[in-house]
Design a protein around this ligand. Structure first.
Ligand code: SF4
Length: 413
C-alpha cells in the first residue's frame, strides 16, 4: 500500500491512502511496460546462455545486464500514476525517471511533464495543490521534497530502496557529527540527494570522485595544507561552511550506489589509512566509519562483465544513456581491456565503417571509423541498469545486419 501525503501550510488534511498497486492497474501497467520495452530475442538469448552465432560473427551477452529492480519499480509506478489519475490531472516528473533517453521520451509521450530535478521558484509557481509530482529512482534533495510537499502536491516517490539505505547511513553519520565523505559524482542527482541528507541535519559532507582526489584529501588529513586551495579544488562538492581543518576530524565514507566497487573499496582503504596515521590505530573507531553502499544490481552487472571480459572478445558494445552512472562504469571496465563502444541505441552504428559513441573522458559523442573488424569476430554486449531490452535487441539485430545476416532467418534455422 502506497501512502501519499497532502500537506497544507495551514491545516494539513490527513493524507489519503492511495494504492497505486491495485491489481487492475498493475495488470494494465505490466502489459504496457512489456509492450514498450520487452524483447523476445533477448529473452531467448538469455535462456540460451547469451550466445548468438552466424558464420563470421558471434555475439555474447553478459549474464546480467539491463533493467534493475529499482528501475523497473520506478517505471511501474510512473505508468501506474498515469493510469490511476484522470487524464486531466497534471503529473510532473522531477528531472528524469531514470537515465535513459528513450524511456524518458516514452514517459513524456504519456503526458507526464518534466520539470527540473531541482525546480526554481518560477517552475514551482506552475504547480497547484494536489498536482502529482513523481520523484525519480535516484531520489531528490530534502529541500525539494519539502517544498513540493508544502505546496500540497501529491507525491509519488519512486526512490529506490538501495538509495534510501545510503541516505539512512548518511543520516546516522550526521547525527553523530561525523562528516560524510561520499564517493560519487557531485553533479549526479543521486549524490546531490544523498548529500542533502547530511545538510538537512546540519552536518557536513565532501564528495570525492577519483582516487587522485582521494589522495589529495588523505594528504590533507595527514599533513594539512592550503585550505583555500582545497576549497577551490572541491568547489561545488562540499557543504556550505565546510572547513577541511575542522570537518575532517571524524569522517564516515559512503558511496553513490552505482560506482565501481574496486574503486570504492580503494577510497575507503586510503581514507581509513590516512585517519589511522593521523589519530592512531586505537583511536581509529572514534574517527573513521564506513559502509559499502554499492547496490546489488550494479554489483551483479559489474561481476557479469568481469566474467565476460575473461573470454576472447574482439570488441565490446555497452548500451545505455550517456548520463547513466552505472553504464559509464561498465564502459570504463571494458575500455581497460579491449576496444569498447558506449552507444545509446543501435542507430549509432551508422555502418560497419562508422560508429558514433560516447567518450566519457571527453564527455561527448565521438566518431570511430573502421570499428567493426573484418573476418571472424566475437562481440561482447552489455547494457546499464536503465537500458530496456528492446534497445539491446535493436543493437544485436543491427550488428548482424552489418554483416549481411538476418536475425530472423538465423533464429529460424
Ligand atoms: S542501479 Fe541500484 S540503486 Fe539504482 S535504481 Fe537500480 S537497484 Fe536501485
Amino acid at each position: 500500500m502506497l501512502r501519499y501525503q497532502r500537506m497544507s501550510t495551514q491545516a494539513p488534511a490527513p493524507p489519503p491512502k492511495i494504492n497505486l498497486r491495485r491489481p487492475d492497474i498493475m495488470e494494465a501497467v505490466q502489459a504496457e511496460v512489456l509492450s514498450h520495452y520487452r524483447s523476445e530475442l533477448v529473452e531467448r538469448l538469455r535462456a540460451n546462455g547469451g550466445l548468438l552465432s552466424a558464420p563470421g560473427l558471434t555475439v555474447k551477452l553478459a549474464k546480467e545486464f539491463g533493467f534493475c529492480y529499482g528501475v523497473e519499480r520506478a517505471i511501474d509506478l510512473a505508468y501506474a500514476a498515469r493510469r490511476y489519475f484522470p487524464k486531466e490531472k497534471p503529473i510532473y516528473l522531477l528531472g528524469e525517471i531514470i537515465h535513459n533517453p528513450e524511456v524518458n521520451d516514452q514517459i513524456r509521450h504519456m503526458g507526464i511533464q518534466t520539470i527540473s530535478s531541482k525546480p526554481a521558484e518560477a517552475e514551482l509557481a506552475q504547480l497547484k495543490r494536489e498536482d502529482v509530482v513523481i520523484i525519480p529512482a535516484f531520489g531528490t534533495e530534502v529541500a525539494t521534497r519539502k517544498r513540493v510537499e508544502a505546496m500540497g502536491c501529491i507525491i509519488v516517490d519512486t526512490t529506490c530502496g538501495d538509495v534510501m539505505s545510503v541516505w539512512r547511513r548518511v543520516r546516522e553519520y550526521a547525527r553523530d557529527k561525523c562528516t560524510s565523505i561520499i564517493h560519487g559524482k557531485a553533479w549526479h542527482e543521486e549524490t546531490k540527494a544523498t548529500s542533502s541528507q547530511a545538510t538537512a541535519t546540519n552536518a557536513h559532507y565532501l564528495v570525492v570522485f577519483t582516487l587522485a582526489e582521494t589522495d589529495y584529501v588523505c594528504d590533507y588529513i595527514v599533513n594539512g595544507g592550503n585550505k583555500q586551495e582545497f576549497l577551490e579544488k572541491f568547489k561545488g562538492a562540499y557543504s556550505t561552511g565546510f572547513d577541511p581543518d575542522v570537518h575532517l576530524q571524524v569522517v564516515g565514507v559512503a558511496n553513490q550506489t552505482t560506482m565501481l566497487r574496486g574503486e570504492t573499496e580503494e577510497v575507503q582503504r586510503r581514507i581509513r589509512k590516512a585517519m589511522e596515521i593521523k589519530f592512531g590505530s586505537e583511536s581509529l573507531p572514534q574517527h573513521f566509519r564506513f559502509f559499502d553502499t554499492i547496490c546489488g544490481a550494479t554489483q551483479d552487472r559489474q561481476d557479469a562483465l568481469s566474467k565476460l571480459l575473461t573470454e576472447p572478445l574482439d570488441l565490446l558494445l555497452v548500451i545505455g544513456g550517456y548520463n547513466s552512472s552505472n553504464t559509464t562504469h561498465l564502459a570504463e571496465m571494458g575500455e581497460a581491456k579491449l576496444p569498447t563502444y558506449f552507444i545509446k541505441n543501435a542507430a549509432k552504428m551508422v555502418s560497419d565503417k562508422l560508429i558514433l559513441h560516447y567518450n566519457q573522458h571527453l564527455q561527448k559523442e565521438v566518431e570511430t571509423r573502421d570499428w567493426l573488424p573484418a573476418g571472424v569476430i566475437t562481440v561482447g554486449v552489455t547494457a546499464g541498469a536503465s537500458c530496456p531490452n528492446n534497445l539491446i535487441e535493436d543493437t544485436i539485430r543491427r550488428l548482424f545486419e552489418l554483416r549481411g545476416v538476418s536475425v530472423q532467418e538465423l533464429l529460424a534455422n
